[in-house]
Structures are given as structure tokens and as C-alpha cells.
Design a protein around this ligand. Structure first.
Ligand SMILES: [Ca+2]
Length: 432
């Protein structure tokens, strides 16, 4: 639930918004006033008796009274929801060579610790590293918004439906605010520097306070579960999440790339959405008996013999034409970590590459494949030279970069677009 990945949860957040009606949607249109925020905090205080875990009104007010409204939360919700992005861009950037190299270096350096975590929790070390890489770029990108402020602002921007009368899970945003207060009450983090994403996810593998309370592990044995400073604690906490919320089958890959038999392809034609059919789960051998072909790294046909013949089901990110997969229940387990199919594939592809695997064999349906982060930085440096001072060369295709790209396309008399791939980067940057 990293800052960069916020788009993943935003879709779910906005879907929930929709169900609470126009009033909630209108809350995002302008910053909350100090009066509205203060009234909201009071309102939260009045409902502490419904908290999933005990929290007194007095404790809530004492601690939440130090919280501030942070408008970056609202802005992030709007930005992430408004900009369409593509699988081939996101996967190219998030699993690029630099990140794979860094992941392998950590695997080499910390192999003993990762092996112990794998043995204790039954979760592959590459998957733990995949999550670490995608969430915070292996540590440095943990977010810069005070977690208490983020949790309170989020709860106030996303009020609970009236039907949420209380109890754990009845209202995620409110529970998160209560959990943030309890984490401070119980002194489980240092209050003065507790920062994270707009959605209040913090630490090396980005836990929200409610998950942290339930799942945090002290793995390095110093008596504190410290997912901010200790890699071992963060990794074990992540492995514990996967183990507790779904579990891991060590005999099953997250995905196998497949070719679907011609006569069965019609139902998988592109619809503009992903196609995921968990109800069709059945043993891999049955898919293969029906003519589904498993692809190896060079496009060769494989006949994997997996212990226990795990159940798998079809998943197509963009439909056909495009990459097609059979995925296992391990896919669902990662999905419970972060409710985004793209996130699951980013983590799994990065994990596979760290373990020596390669990109998908089947091409995405585009003639303009995505850029690595190094290429995005090169593009941004060029945009800066062209006078787009609002761009920063950080390798992230954010709104300012997309605005500048659009202006450059227009300036060249080309059809405007807000992304650049391998082909259009050449086109855009060639001397005129
Ligand atoms: Ca520790």
C-alpha cells in the first residue's frame, strides 16, 4: 500500500465512496475546513465504543487532538483516480533491471535471514522481496505524511455509511484511525517521526495501523516489532500477513503463462477489463488435458509436474490478444495484501525475475512498450531542458510529467497523449 501504489486502493476507495452517495463524493472537491475536520474528530471520539479493539474516548481525544488535516490525502485520492494507466507501462517500470539487480543484491546479502523467514512462515523469500521492492523500493520510499494525520484525514474524507453501526471491519477508514491512535497510545512507534503514505500505510513493507496491530512480528529479537527500521521485522511481518490471510502453497507458482486453445479463446476476448475467474479453479493437470499449454521462459511448451497438482484458474490482465495466465490461490493471498490485480502481478513478476525468471513471453497489445524508470528519468531530464520546470527527474510518471508530455505532443502537431513508450519516446525526443 505504498504511496506510488495508491492508485490500487483508490479504485476500491472510490467504489466505496459511490455507495455512500453524492454527499461523500462532494467531500473530495475541496479541502476540509478546520471546523469540519474538528467536528469529524469529535464525531470519531463519540463512537470509540464501537472500535474493533478497545479505545477510550479520553485516550482518543488526547492523542487525536495532536492530529492535523492533511490535504495531500484528498489530492492523492483525486489524482490517482483520475489518470488511466496501462499494464505494460506499470510492469516495465516497477520490475525494471535496476530493481531486479537491487533485489538480487539483498537476497545475496541477507539470504540467511530471508531463509529463516521462509522456513518459519512458509512464504518464498523472493515474494517477500518482491513486496519490499514494489512497496517502498526496498526501503527508502516509506512515505512522508504523518500517519496519524493521514489516518484521521482519510477517515474524515471517507465517512462511514450510516449502516456501519460498529464492530471490527464495519468501517475500514474509521477503524484505521482508531488503530493509529492505539499504536501511539501503546508506544509501538516513535510519535515524532511516524510517517507513511496518504492511506496511512507505513514502514518498509507498508502496513496500515490496523494490520500492524494484528500481524507485526519482532523477528530480530530486540523486543520491538519495528517495521520502519528493521528489515527482518518488516519481512517477517509481511510473511506473517500472507500466512495468516490466505496462506501460501509452496508447491504452486503464483502464475503460469499459458496459451489458450483456439476453440476456447472466444470468451477471453478483450473487454477493456481484466478477466479473472476464481470459480473455475481446478487442478493444473485438468487444464493441460483440455489443451491449455504452459509456456516456458523462451516460449517453449512446458509440462510442469507440481506436487499436489494445485488448483489454478484463468487470469487475463487485458484479455486476448495479450498475456494469459493460470493463477493459483497464492495470487488471492497477495491480493489480500493489496487489493489490486496489477499489484499482484508486479510483485510476482519482480519475485520471478529476482529468482532468475524473465518477462512474460506473450506481447502486450501495444506497438509502444513501456519505459524503465531510468528511461523515464531520461525523458524527464529532457522535459526539464525543454523548460517544463514543474517536472522532477524522479523516474515516476506523475501528473506533472504527463502534463509536460501532453504539451510536447501538441507543440509538435502530434495527436496529444499523456504517456510515452519506447517508440513514442524516440519520436518525441528526435531533433526537429
Ligand atoms: Ca525487532
Amino acid at each position: 500500500m505504498a504511496t506510488r501504489l495508491s492508485s490500487c486502493i483508490v479504485a476500491a476507495a472510490l467504489a466505496a465512496f459511490a455507495s455512500t452517495g453524492a454527499f461523500a463524493q462532494s467531500l473530495l472537491e475541496q479541502p476540509l475546513t478546520p471546523e469540519a475536520f474538528s467536528a469529524c474528530v469529535q464525531n470519531l471520539a463519540d463512537q470509540t465504543s464501537t472500535a474493533g479493539r478497545p479505545l477510550t474516548r479520553t485516550d482518543f481525544l488526547r492523542i487525536a487532538g495532536n492530529g492535523k488535516y492533511d490535504d495531500r490525502v484528498r489530492q492523492s485520492m483525486l489524482v490517482a483516480a483520475g489518470e488511466p494507466t496501462f499494464w505494460w507501462d506499470e510492469l516495465a517500470a516497477t520490475t525494471d533491471e535496476d530493481r531486479v539487480r537491487e533485489g538480487r543484491a539483498i537476497l545475496a546479502r541477507e539470504g540467511a535471514t530471508l531463509k529463516k523467514i521462509e522456513a518459519q512462515f512458509g512464504v518464498p523469500r523472493e515474494i517477500v522481496l518482491g513486496i519490499y521492492g514494489i512497496e517502498t523500493n526496498f526501503g527508502p520510499s516509506q512515505g512522508k505524511i504523518p500517519v496519524l494525520d493521514a489516518a484521521l484525514s482519510y477517515a474524515c474524507l471517507r465517512p462511514c455509511p450510516a449502516s456501519a453501526s460498529g464492530g471490527a471491519g464495519s468501517c475500514i477508514a474509521r477503524e484505521r484511525a482508531y488503530a493509529a491512535v492505539r499504536v501511539l497510545r501503546d508506544k509501538r512507534v516513535r510519535a515524532e517521526n511516524w510517517q507513511g503514505s496518504w492511506a496511512a500505510a507505513f514502514g518498509r513493507t507498508q502496513f496500515v495501523p490496523d494490520s500492524f496491530e494484528q500481524l507485526a512480528v519482532d523477528f530480530d529479537g530486540d523486543g520491538i516489532a519495528d517495521i520502519i527500521n528493521s528489515e527482518a521485522d518488516a519481512w517477517a511481518t509481511t510473511a506473517n500477513h500472507l500466512k495468516q490471510r490466505g496462506g501460501w502453497n509452496m508447491n504452486a507458482p503464483v502464475y503460469l503463462e499459458v496459451v489458450i486453445p483456439k476453440e476456447q479463446q472466444a470468451e477471453f476476448a478483450a473487454t477493456g477489463k481484466s478477466i479473472r475467474l476464481p470459480d473455475r479453479a481446478r487442478p493444473l493437470s485438468q487444464w493441460m488435458a483440455q489443451g491449455w499449454r504452459v509456456l516456458g521462459p523462451k516460449g517453449e511448451q512446458l509440462t510442469p509436474q507440481l506436487t499436489g497438482d494445485p488448483e489454478m484458474y484463468p487470469f487475463l490482465p487485458v484479455g486476448l490478444p495479450g498475456p494469459a495466465f493460470l493463477v493459483s490461490r497464492n495470487f488471492d493471498t497477495i491480493l489480500r495484501y493489496n487489493r489490486s490485480e496489477r499489484y499482484v502481478m508486479e510483485v510476482s513478476l519482480l519475485a520471478s525475475k529476482i529468482g532468475g525468471g524473465g518477462d512474460f513471453v506473450t506481447a502486450w497489445p501495444t506497438d509502444d512498450p513501456g519505459l524503465t524508470r531510468a528511461q523515464v528519468r531520461e525523458l524527464q531530464a529532457w522535459l526539464l531542458q525543454r523548460g517544463h520546470a514543474q517536472v522532477s527527474a524522479d523516474g515516476v510518471m506523475g501528473r506533472n510529467t504527463r502534463d509536460a508530455i501532453e504539451q510536447e505532443f501538441v507543440a509538435r502537431g502530434l495527436p496529444p497523449q499523456r504517456r510515452v513508450g519506447q517508440r513514442t519516446m524516440q519520436l518525441l525526443m528526435q531533433p526537429q
